[in-house]
Design a protein around this ligand. Structure first.
Ligand SMILES: [Mn+2]
Length: 396
């Protein structure tokens, strides 16, 4: 392959890192039921072990996102244990995800709850989560809220917005200077009439109100079917407000399917907007690339390896778009020329170069094959089968 291609792919892959979600290694299901996998992680230690395995084979997943309720059952006192797991399994704690939706108190919301005692409780959990992040040297605290309402007229939308502003501002005050608060949005589910942070505009306004360390998190599954996510990404980049991603693919709603399994071209277009922005402005987009997928049918570790290798391929393809040529074609309104630059890059088979890059870094050429040969899955299946057979009630 042409050396420019190799150089571009190598340069792109050198800095591209993907954070894995702890919850992606545990047994999860749908609202209708849960199919148990004998090899699923049953403890935080096992989640670290599995994430460590993916990092060992891909070399690009040095951190694991943690969910406070599921992974830090002792709250701030869990941080010692977490540090031990990080050392043992070779993956560091990544973003800290507060849980403001699972406790019974949150039936009518957390930061948007009409009961001030419950809003205070939610705020305390947010501050505890920030304290956990501080103790673990985690940079990002990633907020997703299930808050909303199911029926017209049942919630004061403007009042709830004010409560959100207040609580986010108050949380922001607890951040250390190097930390960030990421605010995620989602149009519907679990609320089916209104969601308090339903889209990127609402998340952006709230992030601006919260303070300078608050940014927007784009979960690719949290959009209506025809929405132009790459345009949202371009706007957030222009505003300096894109903080991170939760990767997954979807066909209908928030399906949690494997990245690129339905529409790899969309992911490519998102990566293109980011790299085009960086090349055009010379600025570095400070983005946390994270996976938010729970596979209930695919093997969990295999699905993560598939996701990471797909993300690398699409990121590498996007690096092949010649930005200077594209800018010229856009200025000249050369529509076919401009579009072809994207299409040609997308059509390039970058797999051989990505494999070369892995080998140049002492990594297995084919992480999936290496995983299948490793015997890890057989070992954990034996170790965990009994525990999983009577552990079907808890989500985490
Ligand atoms: Mn998410």
């Amino acid at each position: 392959m042409h050396s420019t291609t190799t150089d571009r792919v190598y340069t792109a892959l050198e800095t591209f890192r993907v954070e894995l979600p702890s919850w992606g290694f545990a047994n999860t299901g749908t609202r209708f039921g849960k199919f148990i996998q004998a090899a699923a992680a049953t403890t935080t230690a096992e989640k670290f072990s599995d994430a460590g395995q993916v990092h060992l084979l891909t070399g690009v997943c040095p951190t694991i996102a943690l969910h406070v309720l599921w992974d830090c059952p002792q709250g701030v006192h869990s941080s010692g244990e977490i540090r031990t797991f990080a050392g043992r399994y070779g993956v560091a704690p990544g973003s800290i995800n507060p849980n403001l939706f699972q406790d019974q108190e949150y039936k009518f919301g957390s930061f948007g709850n009409p009961d001030s005692a419950i809003r205070q409780r939610a705020l305390k959990h947010a501050k505890d989560s920030i304290e956990i992040a501080t103790r673990l040297h985690s940079r990002d605290i990633s907020f997703w809220f299930a808050d909303g309402s199911n029926y017209p007229g049942t919630a004061n939308i403007r009042q709830r917005r004010r409560w959100f502003e207040e609580a986010l501002k108050e949380s922001h005050r607890a951040l250390a200077p190097e930390q960030r608060m990421l605010i995620e949005y989602k149009p519907f589910e679990p609320a089916f009439y209104h969601t308090d942070i339903a889209d990127w505009g609402m998340a952006l306004l709230l992030a601006r109100a919260a303070g300078p360390q608050a940014k927007v998190l784009v979960d690719t599954g949290h959009h209506y079917a025809a929405q132009n996510i790459e345009q949202i990404v371009a706007w957030l980049l222009s505003e300096g407000m894109l903080g991170g991603f939760h990767f997954n693919d979807r066909r209908y709603a928030d399906d949690d399917l494997t990245l690129g399994s339905i529409d790899p071209y969309q992911v490519f277009r998102i990566f293109h907007e980011i790299q085009f922005f960086e090349r055009e402005t010379g600025a570095r987009a400070d983005i946390a690339y994270m996976v938010d997928q729970s596979h209930n049918l695919k093997g969990k570790i295999e699905a993560m390896i598939q996701t990471v290798t797909m993300a690398q391929q699409l990121f590498a393809k996007a690096a092949l778009v010649d930005s200077a040529k594209l800018a010229t074609a856009q200025r000249n309104c050369d529509l076919v020329g401009a579009e072809s630059l994207l299409q040609d890059a997308f059509a390039t088979d970058v797999r051989p170069v990505v494999q070369e890059w892995r080998q140049s870094r002492g990594l297995p050429k084919d992480p999936m094959e290496a995983f299948r040969q490793s015997g890890y899955l057989e070992r954990i299946t034996k170790e965990r089968a009994a525990k999983n057979s009577h552990n079907i009630s808890s989500y985490a």
